[in-house]
Design a protein around this ligand. Structure first.
Ligand code: IPE
Ligand code: IPE
Ligand code: MG
Length: 261
C-alpha cells in the first residue's frame, strides 16, 4: 500500500490554513491516458488512481479541509464497456473494504451522492456500512460521487417538488433556491469553493451543475494517478490567489476565502 507524505515535505508551497476553501470538489480524470502512456491496460490506471485518492484525502485531512468531494463515476460512465465498468466497481468495493479502518482512524465521515440503486449490490452494501460506521465522524467529510450526474440530480429534485405541488402540499411560490438545494444529493454540504479537474480537459462533464454556480475552477494537465499531495497544495495555493467577486465589484482584497458572508 502506498504511503502518503506529511505536508511538511512541501515547505515551498504555502497554503494559509486560515483561508481554506470549505469544500473542494475534484473530477479525477486521466486514469486511462496514464495507463496508455505507461504501456499498461486502462485498469492499471484506475488502480493507480486509488493511491491518489488516498494521498489527497490524507492531505486534505491534514490541512484541515472541512469537505472534499470526489467524482469517481458519472451517470454517463455506465456507457463504457462492461469490462471497464466491472473493474471500476470491483475497485470501489476493494477501496471501501480496505480503507474504512483508515477513514475511521482519521475521523472522516463518508457520504455518497449519486444514484446508488444502479450500483451492484455488493458495492451498495459496503457503501452503506462505511457511511453508517463513519456517520459520527467530524474531522472531515468526504463525499463520493458514484453514478452521479448533475442533471439527473436536478431532475430528481424537480420531480419531488412537482409531486408536492400536485399533492397540494406546496405552492409554486414556495419554491426557492434553499428549497431546491435542500432536495439535491449535496444537501447539507456547502457549495464547492474550488473545483479541480485533472488531465487537461476543461469541462464539467455533468458534475455539480447547480452547486458550482460560483465555484473557482482549476484545471491541471497532470493525470489523476500522478496527482498527489504536491499538486493538491498547488491547487489550494492557486485558489488563495483568486479574487472571488460573486457579482459584486472587486476591491483587490479578500483573495481566496470561502464565500460571501
Ligand atoms: C477517470 O479516468 C476515471 C473515471 C472516469 C471513472 P478515465 O477513465 O476517464 O481516463 P481517461 O480520461 O480515459 O484518460
Ligand atoms: C468525468 O470524466 C467523470 C469522472 C471523472 C468520474 P470522464 O472521463 O467520464 O469525462 P468526459 O467523458 O471526458 O467528459
Ligand atoms: Mg476521462
Amino acid at each position: 500500500m502506498a504511503s502518503t507524505l506529511p505536508l511538511s515535505e512541501f515547505p515551498e508551497l504555502s497554503v494559509d490554513p486560515a483561508r481554506l476553501p470549505r469544500h473542494v470538489a475534484i473530477i479525477m480524470d486521466g486514469n486511462g491516458r496514464w495507463a496508455q502512456r505507461h504501456g499498461l491496460a486502462r485498469r492499471e490506471g484506475h488502480r493507480r488512481g486509488k493511491d491518489s485518492v488516498r494521498a489527497v484525502i490524507d492531505a486534505a485531512r491534514e490541512i484541515g479541509l472541512p469537505v472534499l468531494s470526489l467524482f469517481a463515476f458519472s451517470a454517463e460512465n455506465w456507457n463504457r464497456p462492461p469490462e471497464e465498468v466491472n473493474w471500476l466497481m470491483e475497485l470501489f468495493h476493494r477501496y471501501l473494504m480496505t480503507e474504512s479502518r483508515r477513514l475511521m482512524k482519521r475521523g472522516i465521515r463518508i457520504v455518497v451522492v449519486g444514484d446508488k440503486a444502479r450500483l451492484p449490490g455488493r458495492v451498495c452494501r459496503v457503501l452503506d456500512e462505511v457511511v453508517a460506521a463513519t456517520a459520527g465522524n467530524r474531522a472531515m467529510t468526504v463525499a463520493l460521487a458514484l453514478s452521479y450526474g448533475g442533471r439527473q440530480d436536478l431532475v430528481r429534485a424537480v420531480r419531488r417538488i412537482a409531486e408536492e405541488v400536485a399533492a397540494g402540499r406546496l405552492s409554486a411560490e414556495q419554491v426557492d433556491e434553499p428549497m431546491l438545494a435542500s432536495l439535491l444529493a449535496t444537501s447539507g454540504l456547502p457549495d464547492p469553493d474550488l473545483l479541480i479537474r485533472t488531465s487537461g480537459e476543461q469541462r464539467i462533464s455533468n458534475f455539480f451543475l447547480y452547486e458550482a454556480a460560483y465555484t473557482e475552477l482549476y484545471f491541471t494537465e497532470t493525470l489523476w494517478p500522478d496527482f498527489r499531495e504536491r499538486e493538491f497544495l498547488q491547487a489550494l495555493a492557486a485558489y488563495q490567489n483568486r479574487e472571488r467577486r460573486f457579482g459584486a465589484i472587486g476591491n483587490g482584497v479578500g483573495r481566496g476565502g470561502d464565500g460571501p458572508r
